[in-house]
Design a protein around this ligand. Structure first.
Ligand SMILES: [Zn+2]
Length: 172
């Protein structure tokens, strides 16, 4: 995985870029939480669930079906998430997590198409250094991860945010 900070950044930056009228701050925050949620599956390691299992890390929680189910639950139980736009934003926030993981250069691929297909997918281009599991950031490996994420996720996200805000200001 990229670090959880980078996963959370994307919905927050997207929400800020689209503006609070289109994406309410509460929805952007919920999107950030959902973008991190799939990696709670690392608890499987403690529970003795192997990496290769569909119930383990990068298994079912990293699928499009799971993202749709969770976004659907939010829409069902949270009035604010009931509009199609909000539900779609929450789904996209969560679905981007496995797509980002598919750009990393280590671990196993993600079960994007679970439960229909338990193939573990990667993208052909994997420029992001995989994050060490367990938060060991202050190692050479951890610093390489942080550096690759700053360059490949934070920099483009902040540039897009800046461009979107400039564009909105120019339209006013
Ligand atoms: Zn992940």
């Amino acid at each position: 995985m990229p670090t959880i900070f980078s996963h959370a950044l994307i919905p927050l930056a997207a929400g800020a870029a689209l503006g609070r009228r289109r994406v309410a701050p509460a929805i952007a925050l919920a999107g950030a939480a959902l973008a991190v949620l799939p990696d709670l599956d690392v608890i499987g390691f403690r529970l003795g669930i192997g990496y290769e299992s569909q119930w383990g890390h990068r298994g079912f929680t990293h699928s499009l079906v799971f993202a749709a189910l969770v976004a659907g639950m939010f829409a069902l139980f949270w009035r604010r998430a009931r509009s199609p736009d909000a539900a779609l934003f929450l789904f996209a926030s969560m679905a981007l997590h496995p797509l980002l993981d598919m750009l990393t250069d280590g671990g196993q691929g993600v079960m994007l198409l679970w439960p229909f297909d338990t193939t573990r997918w990667f993208l052909p281009w994997q420029p992001i250094r995989v994050s060490p599991i367990g938060g060991r950031f202050f190692t050479t490996r951890g610093l390489e991860t942080v550096w690759s994420e700053l360059l490949l996720i934070w920099l483009p996200a902040l540039v897009l945010l800046w461009l979107a805000q400039r564009h909105r200001r120019a339209r006013r």
